[in-house]
Design a protein around this ligand. Structure first.
Ligand code: DAK
Length: 255
């Protein structure tokens, strides 16, 4: 796992390119540590998660490791993956998946746990677990239907068919598709744009969207009112509105 922080952006690179960055237990633990470190780092406002090499974001959970696991160990691995992905989903800072190639199985699930997915033209998503006698175990049966609807999610999970980047964009699984050579640059641009906004507002918006998708509409809008109030109580709210009226750029302080 590699992590660098520059210009307010933490970039985490899953670094096992020879195995197409397949996730084993050690990598899941390292990913968890890296994400928690980035969340704690005051100099980072946004995270980018990507894969090393030009071929894969993450080609899934490590099949070689999974084949040897007992049922109980398999359950522990699922729980670990689910825990790490829930951390990514629920940390306050926004997380962008820079999908630089295959995002299959656990790789697709990792991308879906991120807030935004930007894909290279050559990226391929998919949940091919049924080929292996298993089902998605890191949240795929839950996050894919929430993102693309239950019919399409069942189609892709039951067939295991791969989803090329352009189709992923049409489905709402990828939020942008860009040239492979420009992927990280575009992700940094988007991260930089978000990093320039009022930090508490960005975090409250992420939280309100996440919470709202888990509850009924009335509870969701009630939660939105609380998150809104938190953003409204910041000095940055006064600064943002004053800057607009004075026709100048806002200088946000994250409080
Ligand atoms: N695990 C381990 N090694 C992998 C791998 C994976 N998921 N994917 C690729 N590799 C390795 C290959 O074995 C190969 O290794 P060497 O032979 O060079 O030693 C190397 O990466 C390069 O791969 P290929 O030679 O296959 O490359 P190709 O371009 O020909 O094909 C491919 C690329 C992405 C289409 C192909 O590699 C592929 O189909 N990979 C497997 C995709 C897949 O099925 N992924 C797993 C999805 S299942 C759970 C926990 C987790 C989950 C579920 C349950 N519990 C514990 C209960 C989630 C599971 C999944 O993610």
């Amino acid at each position: 796992m590699l992590m660098e922080i520059a210009d307010g952006i933490a970039t985490i690179t899953l670094n096992r390119p020879k195995a197409l960055n397949a996730l084993n237990t050690a990598m899941l633990n390292e990913l968890k540590e890296a994400v928690l470190a980035a969340e704690a780092a005051v100099e980072a406002a946004v995270l980018i998660i990507t894969g090393a090499g030009e071929k894969a974001f993450v080609a899934g959970a490590d099949i070689a490791q999974m084949r040897e696991l007992t049922t109980l160990e398999g359950r522990r691995m699922t729980m670990l993956g689910q825990e790490v992905f829930q951390i990514i989903e629920n940390i306050e800072k926004p997380v962008i998946a820079a999908v630089n190639g295959f995002a299959l199985g656990g790789g697709c699930e990792l991308a879906m746990a991120c807030d935004i997915r930007i894909a290279a033209e050559n990226a391929k998503f998919g949940q091919p677990e049924v080929n292996l006698g298993i089902i998605p175990g890191f949240g795929g049966t839950q996050r894919l239907p929430r993102l693309i609807g239950r019919g399409r999610a069942k189609y892709y999970i039951l067939t295991g068919e791969m989803i090329p980047a352009a189709a992923a964009f049409e489905l709402g699984l990828a939020d942008r598709v860009v040239k492979a050579g420009e992927l990280l640059e575009v992700c940094r641009e988007v991260a930089g744009t978000i990093a320039g906004k009022a930090p508490v507002a960005v975090r409250m918006a992420k939280r309100a969207i996440n919470r709202g998708l888990d509850v009924d509409l009335a509870s969701g809008v009630a939660y939105e009112a609380e998150a809104y109030t938190t953003a409204f109580s910041t000095a940055d709210r006064v600064e943002g509105m004053s800057a607009f009226l004075a026709k100048r750029a806002a200088a946000f302080q994250g409080k």
